[in-house]
Design a protein around this ligand. Structure first.
Ligand code: ATP
Ligand code: MG
Length: 367
């Protein structure tokens, strides 16, 4: 087994816009939480990257930052991108996509869970039981087309979707293993393959490879859904959903829809995980419309920090880090559940700082 260090090196990439604001909040929370227990410490070191870094220095993802991300035990990521910042060819600097490819972070894990204090977007009482995870393949699919599309003289434009056996197999297995973990906690688990196998050859192939992988996980049930039907299910009865696995762009779209079920992007965390690296970031972007005003909800970033602790705990067999993740979640839930603090995102008056202070203050009781 791996030698377990007592200090974990975390490469912190705040990025642009509200990424910087929610990251500052998250680092303060993680440092406060680790002062309260005897578990391994995180050493959080900041590195430059992002659209604004590109605008000033001509590099969106400096070599030094990429090296640090590679060498670290985990990467904590804010958000990157800024309106009007473009490469000379007109495309947008998206360093998070470059990192995904460089670190082979093939599984995008997006948990959606409702808890008291979050907006009741759906009126049905069962919506309180929303607790599912979307696993998005994120090294191929329709995003394979990035930078490769074409427009011909006849006025026709083409992009290519790539589905490979290797890419589909590994993300399917990832989803089944995640379901096994959830089964230990919840007693049951199901994986739904979300595709469009009735129309596309590539998606029928995705489904076949998924079905093959399923044979190795007899303890977990599975089913299939077309992506359009899944969009409807997500609104009509999302409490029936458990683990879903899907192609890159379907996952991109469904994860924003899913975040809508819990009131917006501000409480939707995510993890980009591969076999060797893990990167943890809120599901939202840099939110230029509210950036610089102290209004951002740091909840998604906090929950992403907790996901990082869980991943480190599992990988290095450090139960104290898992305990710390539960403490952070419990503190956030206590603060929102009490109604004492209502984020501006939900029409309240608590900005980033008020929420951060409240969650940090709630840590001792949550521990
Ligand atoms: P990306 O291209 O990275 O997906 P985006 O352009 O889709 O980004 P986001 O930055 O995710 O957009 O923002 C979408 C909307 O949600 C915006 O109105 C933004 O203000 C809001 N939003 C996103 N994150 C938060 C947050 N943490 N707190 C409050 N509002 C947020
Ligand atoms: Mg978006």
């Amino acid at each position: 087994s791996q030698i377990t260090p007592s200090v974990y090196e975390i490469a912190v990439l705040p990025g642009d816009g509200i990424g910087v604001e929610v990251m500052q909040a998250c680092v303060a929370l993680l440092e406060a939480a680790q002062r309260l227990d005897r578990g391994p410490q995180l050493k959080l070191t900041r590195y430059d990257a992002g659209a604004q870094h590109y605008a000033k220095h001509g590099e969106a993802l400096p070599e030094r930052t990429l090296d640090a991300a590679r060498a670290a035990h985990a990467v904590l990521f804010g958000a990157m991108g800024w309106p009007d910042v473009r490469y000379p060819d007109g495309t947008e600097p998206i360093p998070q996509l470059d990192l995904r490819m460089a670190l082979d972070l093939y599984a995008g894990v997006r948990p959606i869970r409702w808890f008291p204090g979050l907006p009741k977007v759906l009126t049905d009482e069962r919506a309180a039981g929303i607790d599912f995870v979307l696993v998005r393949e994120q090294t191929e699919g329709l995003f394979y087309a990035r930078g490769k599309g074409s427009i011909n003289e006849a006025g026709e434009s083409y992009d290519t979707m790539q589905i490979t056996r290797r890419g589909t197999d590994r993300v399917s297995r990832f989803a089944f293993k995640l379901a096994e973990q959830r089964k230990r906690r919840r007693g049951q688990a199901n994986v739904t393959c979300v595709d469009k196998a009735n129309v596309f050859t590539s998606m029928a192939f995705f489904r076949d490879v998924f079905n093959d992988a399923a044979k190795d996980f007899p303890g977990v049930s599975f089913d299939h859904a077309y992506v359009d039907a899944m969009a409807l299910t997500m609104i009509k009865k999302p409490w029936t959903l458990d683990v879903m696995v899907t192609e890159n762009m379907f996952g991109d779209i469904l994860s924003d829809l899913a975040a809508g079920l819990i009131g917006g992007m501000g409480m939707a965390p995510s993890a980009d995980v591969g076999d060797h690296h893990g990167l943890f970031q809120p599901a939202h972007g840099t939110a230029p419309d509210i950036a610089g005003q102290g209004k951002a909800n740091p909840g998604a970033m906090f929950l992403s920090g907790a996901m990082m602790l869980d991943w480190l705990a599992d990988r290095h067999d450090q139960p104290e880090l898992e305990q710390r993740a539960r403490t952070i979640e419990a503190a956030l839930e206590a603060v929102l559940g009490s109604g004492a603090v209502r984020p501006m995102e939900y029409g309240g008056d608590a900005g980033t700082k008020a929420m951060t202070d409240a969650v940090i203050a709630a840590l001792p009781q949550a521990a």
